[in-house]
Design a protein around this ligand. Sequence first.
Ligand code: GSH
Length: 227
Amino acid sequence: MTETILYSAPGTCGRVSAIVLEEAGVPFETRVIRFLKGEHKSPAFKEKNPKGKVPALEIDGAVLTENVAIIRYLAARFPEKALLPKTSTLAEDAEITADLCFCSATLHPLVTRIRMPQFFAGPENASVVKKMGCDAMREYFQLVEDRLAEGPWWYGDAWSAMDAYLYWVFWRVEGADFPVKDYPRFYDHARRMEQRPSVQRALEREDRMTAQLESEGLAFTPPRVST
Ligand SMILES: N[C@@H](CCC(=O)N[C@@H](CS)C(=O)NCC(=O)O)C(=O)O
């Protein structure tokens, strides 16, 4: 295998791919993208990912983007690691894609509204955007909460990459004062995730990226917005 490089930034959804790579046992380098310098929109990075977003994963001589695609690739490339459940019909397979898309296309956009509402409506309207994001997110947190009654993981007894995605969503809004304790099973899921060595290693990678950004004066913490 050629060198594997994950382009990411601390706190971002690049964490999802990092956890899944760790679970797969793939040796990889994490390369930090400096958002405050606009590095994600630079021509050099756009050669990797024309969308100008993290994560981007260089693996097996290709550059993969989008967490859903990266997860599906890793699950197919390392079947022995059981990163996603085995399926026997096209419909079962489509259901897994739907689950992952629920994270990327339904939950993630709400995370951004809750975490960085000022990007959508300016600082003066940020609290309205955040409140609307939180109100919408409640329905989906309840869906996850109900699903985890069959747990302990999204797919029952078997941990999967879907749990990594849910964890990142949870952690992101927990840090933005979303009332996560109203969802005790999801809360417990996050704390169990943090016990996994793969998650701890992914978080250590982020700590190293944060230290690097701090040393360059390029660390970013979104301002707190009340609702
Ligand atoms: N659908 C993409 C979303 C990627 C994404 O939005 N990444 C954010 C960080 S969490 C980003 O790079 N934002 C920078 C920007 O949009 O300018 C995925 O799942 O990989």
